[in-house]
Design a protein around this ligand. Structure first.
Ligand code: NDP
Length: 237
């Protein structure tokens, strides 16, 4: 197989949570362009219009309404995809929330719990639901959206809940990778920056999606349990 062919995703079915905008939307575009059929999970139909408009390019893009914190709904979507004979073979756990600027002493229980619910529970519920079918099929690739904030602590703004949630995503990535390696299911994460980088500019959603495409593809066949920094060198210091 040529190197270029390893990036092709024809015959794959990729679920992208929060695929309606920003990084998620670029992941949808990147994976669809590589040939995958896409299932976007969004909380509302309005959120998914830009992703669905990519059908104009001949891409297969479907929408399933759901909230990643609703584990029963994620299980139902995963079962529905498997029942129509095409279980998800790629999962991009992109849906996530951020909050910064609140000192730890002022973080409310609700702030903390909501952050963990979306950023950690959501990633686990989806990985478990869609990963179950990958384990059964003995193939699959999961790519999680971590963050450089799961590696370093940003300054000057305090954002302990977010940082902790992304550090957990990174270790969830390694833990599930270790567990599912024997089933041929790879689990990796990207850790993007979101502020100015030492390269002197902001990162773009497209640059994150390129790394997601690589990790989802056969080109990354020996990579699992890896956290790929997409940060312009920010975490070198
Ligand atoms: P956005 O907030 O722009 O988009 C997130 C998407 O996820 C939205 O479509 C949102 O839909 C959806 N979403 C949020 N919560 C849920 C939920 N509970 N269930 C289903 N869908 C949900 O995020 P970004 O594109 O900026 O970030 C994407 C990921 O990348 C996140 O995990 C983030 O933490 C991570 N990241 C982002 C960085 C950045 O600088 N942007 C840097 C590092 C990491 P809705 O409209 O319903 O909220």
């Amino acid at each position: 197989m040529s190197y270029q062919e390893k990036f092709r995703l024809h015959g794959e079915r990729a679920v992208v949570t929060g695929g309606g905008r920003a990084i998620g939307l670029c992941c949808v575009e990147a994976l669809a362009e590589a040939g995958a059929a896409i299932v976007v999970i969004e909380r509302g139909e309005a959120d998914a219009q830009e992703a669905l408009a990519l059908r104009n390019r001949g891409y297969e893009i479907e929408l399933r309404i759901g909230d990643v914190t609703d584990s029963a709904r994620m299980e139902a979507i995963a079962t529905e995809l498997a029942d129509d004979g095409r279980p998800a073979t790629i999962l991009v756990n992109n849906a996530g929330i951020g909050q910064s600027g609140i000192p730890s002493q002022d973080v409310t229980d609700a702030d903390w719990l909501r952050m963990m619910d979306v950023n950690i529970n959501g990633v686990f519920w989806c990985s478990r639901a869609f990963g179950r079918h990958m384990v059964a099929a003995r193939r699959g690739a999961i790519v999680n959206l971590g963050s450089m904030s799961g590696i370093i602590c940003n300054r000057p703004q305090p954002q302990t809940p977010y940082n902790v949630s992304k550090a957990a995503v990174h270790h969830l990535t390694r833990s599930m990778a270790a567990e599912w390696a024997e089933y041929g299911v790879r689990v990796n994460a990207v850790a993007p920056t979101y502020i100015e980088t030492p390269m002197g500019r902001m990162g773009t959603p497209e640059e994150v999606a390129s790394a997601v495409l690589f990790l989802a593809s056969g080109a990354a066949s020996l990579m699992t349990g890896t956290i790929v920094n997409v940060d312009g060198g920010f975490t070198c210091w």
